[in-house]
Design a binder for this molecule. Structure first.
Ligand SMILES: NC(=O)c1ccc[n+]([C@@H]2O[C@H](COP(=O)([O-])OP(=O)(O)OC[C@H]3O[C@@H](n4cnc5c(N)ncnc54)[C@H](O)[C@@H]3O)[C@@H](O)[C@H]2O)c1
Ligand SMILES: O=P(O)(O)OC[C@@H](O)[C@@H](O)[C@H](O)[C@H](O)CO
Length: 526
């Protein structure tokens, strides 16, 4: 098997950074590595890895850097970049990836130290396998290398920009400090939209033409959301400069919608150590994920489309039915389990799914209340999809933290949960289990579990929501007053009363008893 032996050079020289081995920065998940450590996984040590790790069977130096990925977190490494790695393994050399870090200096240090190499471990009940990914051929960190990032995005080589900047990364309100910063210094942006706009502005001026922008975040209509964020930004900028970048972007740039799916937990230091022990790979930041993965992409590329269909990506005209099915069943289910589970003092998804009342709740929530509202998806059996989804969520081999599922609720619950709730109300269908999920989020927003132990509410609106959650107590009216989140729910007196009843039961009897009552669950089984 051929492994990469030559260092790739494009816009930065990662090998220079590799020699420094500076201490891991404050955002590292590895406090035990908060000291100078030797970096052992590099291109030159790949050949020393044993046969428990699959290594790239292609020459990564032959890859042309034409994809730029913004914000390289766990999911980016387990999903989009892995697909480009698959593509490289088919002999296709045109789609190497350059990562651009925006907020995580620690990830940058690790990736640079490791020449962009990292390990993906797939695990489930049936076993585990590890693979080294070579498609990330370079990495730049925006706060330290703004000019190199600008040159990279302006380069004619760059044909596709992919993003995993989280659902909050698309917010472009002019009152946000970051947006104000980007408008004041458009040549030195810190937001994803600001960065894309600065690059597109330069490409227009230099006659380089557009690139395609493909969001890989879990957003309802990720293409439209990205387009909107960019156009909002160009609108604000045009008002300042008197240019008309907005029309150029409208006419030239495409933002394909996409559905991405692969449960990818946050890597903990313990997991990292376990992986080194199990596979003998000294990777400082491996990523652990499930074997399942799916990527459905709308065929709307303004530049050449990478032939991702060769590696299992579904390229379709309309992604909507896939998005709706996945978002409401998997992400909606995740929201419900996350909030209710952490309130019940549980830590991981498999722990929660091992509790009869929670697994019964999840099964009935997905089967009885969410699935019947879904559109037909030709070739997809919904019942089978639900069974697979529940099984994936319960995967005992990945230790997916419930708190990970609770992040950014104000951007997720409306899409993943309230959408089903709204439709069920209109259709006159049962929705008490959906209300229990909502009750879980409202209770979670107080920032403590049912025993009063603190829970971190990671949300850009945490402060306001938490204040309202405390002020309202078991009466949801105050929180439902955030109409941009909850729509008209506050106007439905029956729903408000039912939600209040669920919150009161949870406070009085605990989460498990509240759910048992909602399910009419057999006390013996409990
Ligand atoms: N983990 C999964 O199971 C999974 C599956 C499908 C989709 N996703 C989506 O991928 C995205 C990233 O998730 P992850 O699990 O990799 O998380 P992560 O925390 O590992 O990575 C997130 C990255 O985004 C950066 N970031 C955070 N806020 C940002 C902002 N406002 N602008 C720019 N960058 C920002 C962080 O620094 C980090 O590098 C999320 O939107 C998530 O919904 C995740
Ligand atoms: O990443 P978030 O915060 O949007 O949502 C948490 C999880 O539901 C999500 O990451 C899933 O694991 C993922 O969508 C599976 O494909």
């Amino acid at each position: 098997m051929e492994t990469a032996t030559r260092h790739h050079r494009s816009t930065s020289d990662v090998s220079q950074n590799r020699q420094t081995n500076t201490a891991v920065a404050a955002d590292s998940p590895f406090p035990s590595l908060g000291r100078t450590v030797p970096s052992v996984l590099t291109e030159s040590t790949v050949t020393k890895l044993g046969d428990r790790v699959e290594t790239p069977a292609y020459d990564r130096h032959a890859l042309t850097p034409s994809v730029v990925h913004l914000s390289v977190g766990g999911f980016a490494r387990a999903h989009p970049i892995l697909y480009f790695d698959d593509l490289a393994a088919t002999g296709e050399t045109g789609w190497g990836v350059i990562g651009v870090g925006m907020r995580s200096p620690a990830m940058g240090e690790v990736l640079r130290d490791q020449d962009g190499l990292y390990t993906v471990v797939e695990r489930d009940r049936d076993g585990a396998s590890a693979r080294l990914v070579g498609a990330l051929i370079d990495y730049l960190y925006l706060p330290d290398q703004p000019e190199q990032v600008a040159d990279l995005l302006a380069s004619p080589n760059t044909r596709l920009v992919t993003l995993t900047v989280t659902s909050e990364g698309y917010q472009t309100r002019p009152d946000m400090t970051t947006v104000r910063h980007d408008l004041a210094t458009p040549g030195n942006p810190v937001t994803a939209a600001g960065l894309l706009v600065a690059a597109l502005r330069r490409r227009r001026a230099e006659g380089t033409g557009p690139f395609t922008v493909l969001s890989c975040d879990n957003l309802d209509d990720s293409g439209a959301a990205t387009r909107l964020a960019v156009l909002e930004f160009t609108g604000l900028l045009d008002a300042q400069t008197g240019e008309d970048l907005t029309s150029w972007v409208r006419e030239n740039v495409t933002f394909p919608n996409g559905m991405v799916d692969r449960i990818t937990p946050t890597t903990s230091p313990e997991l990292r150590d376990q992986i080194e022990g199990e596979f003998g790979v000294p990777d400082r930041w491996p990523v652990v994920t499930e074997p399942f993965r799916q990527w459905v992409v709308e065929d709307d590329f303004c530049t050449e489309r990478p032939p991702l269909e060769r590696v299992g990506v579904q390229v379709v005209d309309d992604v909507t039915p896939w998005k709706v099915m996945k978002g409401r069943l998997l992400n909606g289910g995740h929201c419900a389990l996350g909030y209710l589970g952490v309130l019940a003092a549980l830590e991981t998804t498999d722990q929660a799914m091992a509790e009869p009342v929670l697994s019964e709740y999840m099964s009935r929530l997905l089967r009885e209340e969410i699935a019947p509202l879904l559109p037909e998806l030709p070739g997809q059996d919904t019942d089978e999809y639900v069974t697979t989804t529940l099984d994936r969520i319960a995967n005992p081999a990945i230790g997916d933290s419930l708190l990970r599922l609770c992040r950014r609720g104000s951007t997720k619950v409306p899409h993943h949960v309230l959408s089903s709730l709204g439709e069920a109300r209109v259709a006159g269908r049962p929705h008490r289990l959906l209300l229990a999920a909502l009750a879980g989020w409202l209770r979670f927003l107080r920032g403590e579990d049912m025993e009063g132990r603190p829970l971190t509410v990671e949300d850009s609106r945490a402060e306001d929501l938490r204040r309202a959650a405390h002020a309202g107590g078991d009466d949801p009216t105050t929180l439902l007053g955030f109409r941009d989140i909850f729509g008209d729910l506050a106007d439905d007196a029956d729903l408000v009363a039912e939600l209040g009843d669920l919150l009161t039961r949870a406070s009085r009897d605990g989460i498990r008893s509240m759910l048992a009552a909602v399910l009419d669950f057999d006390e013996e089984v409990r």
